[in-house]
Design a protein around this ligand. Structure first.
Ligand code: SF4
Length: 356
């Protein structure tokens, strides 16, 4: 059972300095990591640090969350991009990315409960970045001028970093626009920082479920070892509200790049009543190229998942093609093979750069 203290107390105890973190882990701190952490700051909650310690420096969790000298390796990162999915071209109003007609991403905050070393926004997660400039009245007025927008997707950063009061204010504003039918949150909190799933948040989600057609929570997690009994209890509480729980996983070299790793994770989703939703091919992000694997490798892993899982348990394997094609299926068995060819949303064949 989680203690009845505000989640922010635990948040403030998270590790932000290499010295404190390595002291806690009892691991040798290599000098090169100082420059890595200056470029890409670290943030690791205490419960995750304990799991990293238990698993050891070669474990999947250390790979996902611990600073790594490879982040600054110039040769490895030479094809990495600062904005690999091209969001900035669709930043149409403050904190709003409008790429697909019916839905808009609302970058509610740049703060996360953990810094994932593979993050596709790792070069942008600072308050000065244009994606996080705030002027909410302009955001609302843009949405009103675009009645085709029916779903708001809270992203970031991580939207559950906002207080319940702030979330309520935003939800009230979106509920006042009759065009907005659906709300979605993309978050890492339920698994990595379950303290955040407090009574106030559960109440808020329940109340607003009556004001929107659907509220969905896409839970971001990549490896079974990220879970513990508190995160499972938090997800169980969420599953007892009217919200729909979805999964969101990034395929990452050295973390979950075997079909068995993914099967373990997906079976756990099913036990926790989370609908398998997205498996993302990794984005070629500058500073995260050590997680990158070729499309052909991903397709082979996915092909074996297709043999093991029924259709309803199979997440969509998707890829954001650099160059503005948006998120498209990474596996089209009818039209492509294991090569780098992809079918775009317009039905055109495009090729994914194989030299990344
Ligand atoms: S929680 Fe999401 S936005 Fe934040 S660092 Fe991790 S992947 Fe990036």
């Amino acid at each position: 059972m989680l203690p009845e203290t505000p989640w922010t107390t635990e948040f403030s105890r998270s590790f932000r300095s290499l010295g404190d973190l390595y002291g806690y882990l009892g691991w040798e701190l290599k000098q090169e990591l100082n420059e890595v952490a200056r470029t890409y700051p670290l943030f690791i909650p205490r419960r995750l640090a304990q799991k990293i310690k238990d698993q050891g420096p070669e474990g999947a969790l250390a790979r996902e969350f611990m600073p790594d000298g490879l982040e600054l390796d110039e040769v490895l990162n030479q094809n990495g991009m600062k904005d690999p999915i091209g969001d900035k071209a669709y930043n149409m109003a403050p904190q709003l990315i409008h790429r697909y007609p019916s839905r808009a991403l609302f970058t509610a905050t740049n703060i996360c409960p953990v810094h994932c070393r593979y993050c596709f926004r790792k070069n942008e997660l600072n308050a000065q970045d244009e994606l996080f400039q705030k002027e909410f009245s302009e955001t609302l007025s843009y949405i009103e001028k675009h009645p085709e927008i029916t779903e708001i997707i809270f992203t970031g950063g991580d939207p559950f970093t906002l207080s319940n009061e702030k979330l309520k204010k935003y939800l009230d504003s979106f509920a006042s626009l009759s065009q907005i039918k659906d709300i979605r949150f993309h978050t890492r909190y339920p698994v990595i920082f379950p303290e955040r799933i407090d009574a106030g948040l559960l109440e808020l989600l329940t109340v607003f479920s009556k004001k929107f057609r659907t509220i969905s929570i896409a839970i971001h997690t990549n490896h079974l070892s990220e879970f513990d009994s508190d995160s499972e209890a938090a997800i169980k509480s969420l599953s007892q509200t009217p919200v729909q729980l979805l999964s969101q996983t990034v395929l990452l070299k050295g973390v979950n790049d075997t079909s068995q790793d993914l099967l373990n994770l997906i079976n756990h989703f099913i036990e926790l009543k989370i609908r398998p939703y997205y498996l993302h091919h990794p984005d070629p992000v500058k500073g995260g190229m050590h997680f990158y694997l070729p499309l052909q490798t991903g397709r082979k892993i996915y092909a074996s998942l297709r043999k093991e899982l029924p259709g309803w348990a199979l997440p969509h394997y998707v890829i954001d093609v650099p160059g503005g094609h948006g998120k498209i299926p990474a596996f089209n068995p009818e039209t492509t093979d294991y090569s780098g060819q992809l079918l775009t949303m317009n039905g055109e064949i495009t090729s994914y750069p194989e030299n990344i």
